[in-house]
Design a protein. Structure first.
Length: 402
């Protein structure tokens, strides 16, 4: 993997960013006085691309072994911190649901690829993935000789939703960054011939065996609303009633695998796994453990060894990386974690390899989209530090043509 600057003049770069903003619903191209999209690219060799996509698909399939056990067991759902009022709905949900997820890869200083997590519930970045690929391909492809964008996220999402004529898209209406996401999917679906209705999850209800958004009957739901927030809605019971019969992308069981505690549960609860699944986890997933299995003083004295993660959280908000924190803040983070151990997990830290960018030394995460477990595109980010979070830059991912 390497980086390269966009071979474009500043005014051309701004034109491209504006095209992404207005044609692909990436409204927030500026953030804190800078562009949220860095005019650099991560470049993968054809071999790296093949390795990452095949590994993501294999590990995703292995994780379904765990999810299939956890989602049927209320005690395990409690262990991974699924809210109590949603557990029975997870258990009762229909077996077949369309899925979209993103697997986040990091290249370590030792030259190994590791997966920090899968974003299984409401993965972000659709506009960045498809918009960057289309604008840079349609208008500037001659500037990137020997390179190509891989995957078709738009086509994959439309294909897995093709059986349902009318689709409701629900999102957190207080966040424009969420609206831009579902507005893009809405356009995709309508251009493919679907009828759509857009609203808040609070606008959802069930009448007999018919789901409705507002008063419009829908055949399926595209959910861009964090699962753990559903329990705070006044109509949570409507969502619970719908789970056994309504196709939902993503289903409520994605909340279980979205939990960071999910990555510790197979060892903590001796869940039976295939040999292939266990080998994949040992090779690519950093070990995670419940705090109840650790000594508080050992965690406190070894910040270089640990990353503390809240069970749920978005954009790195609940992630605490020991060596990046001053001593007093690490002590406070450990104290708070051990005061609420049932909603926190500890993950073994790994050292991410640095790479050179126009902003100086940075750290990259290569996000691999999967739709129903198959590769569908890339969403990658770069930050000045090893923690990828809300302020990190988005960058396109290109693959060398072999």
């Amino acid at each position: 993997m390497k980086t390269m600057a966009w071979p474009m003049e500043p005014e051309e770069i701004m034109w491209a960013l504006r095209a992404i903003q207005f044609k692909h619903y990436k409204w927030d191209i500026f953030h804190r006085g800078d562009t949220s999209i860095l005019p650099e690219a991560l470049v993968l060799s054809a071999e790296e691309h093949q390795f990452l996509t095949q590994t993501a698909e294999a590990v995703w399939a292995a994780l379904r072994e765990v999810e299939d056990v956890v989602r049927r067991d209320e005690a395990l759902l409690e262990a991974v911190a699924v809210p109590e009022h949603l557990r029975q709905a997870v258990i009762a949900q229909r077996d077949e649901n369309p899925r979209v997820t993103r697997c986040d890869f990091h290249l370590t200083e030792q030259g190994r690829w590791v997966i920090s997590e899968f974003n299984d519930d409401v993965p972000s970045g659709f506009g960045e993935c498809t918009g960057l690929a289309q604008v840079l391909t349609d208008d500037w492809s001659e500037r990137f000789p020997g390179l190509t964008f891989k995957g078709d996220l738009r086509g994959a999402v439309v294909e897995v939703l093709s059986d349902w004529p009318t689709i409701g898209l629900v999102h957190a209406t207080g966040y424009s960054e969420d609206l831009q996401h579902v507005a893009l999917v809405k356009e995709w679906l309508e251009e493919a011939g679907h009828s759509t209705v857009l609203g808040s999850p609070a606008n959802f209800r069930v009448d007999g065996d018919q789901a409705l958004v507002f008063d419009t009957p829908v055949d399926a739901i595209f959910r861009y609303y964090p699962g753990e927030w559903l329990g705070e809605l006044p109509n949570v019971e409507e969502w619970c009633k719908a789970a056994p019969f309504l196709p939902i992308m993503n289903p409520l069981s994605a909340l279980a695998s979205q939990s960071k505690r999910f990555y510790a549960c197979w060892n903590e609860h001796d869940i039976e796994l295939s040999e292939q699944a266990r080998d994949l986890f040992e090779e690519y997933l950093p070990p995670s453990v419940y705090l109840s299995s650790l000594n508080r003083e050992e965690v406190l004295k070894n910040p270089k060894r640990w990353v503390l993660k809240g069970a749920f959280g978005r954009m790195g908000k609940t992630v605490r990386i020991g060596p990046l924190m001053p001593k007093d803040k690490w002590e406070k983070a450990v104290q708070e974690a051990f005061e609420a151990p049932h909603i926190v997990v500890a993950q073994k830290r790994f050292d991410t390899a640095a790479l050179w960018t126009a902003k100086g030394m940075g750290y990259a995460t290569v996000g691999v989209y999967l739709v129903d477990g198959r590769f569908a595109g890339y969403f990658s980010r770069i930050d000045k530090g090893p923690l990828i979070h809300y302020d990190s830059w988005h960058v396109p991912t290109l693959v060398e043509i072999s």
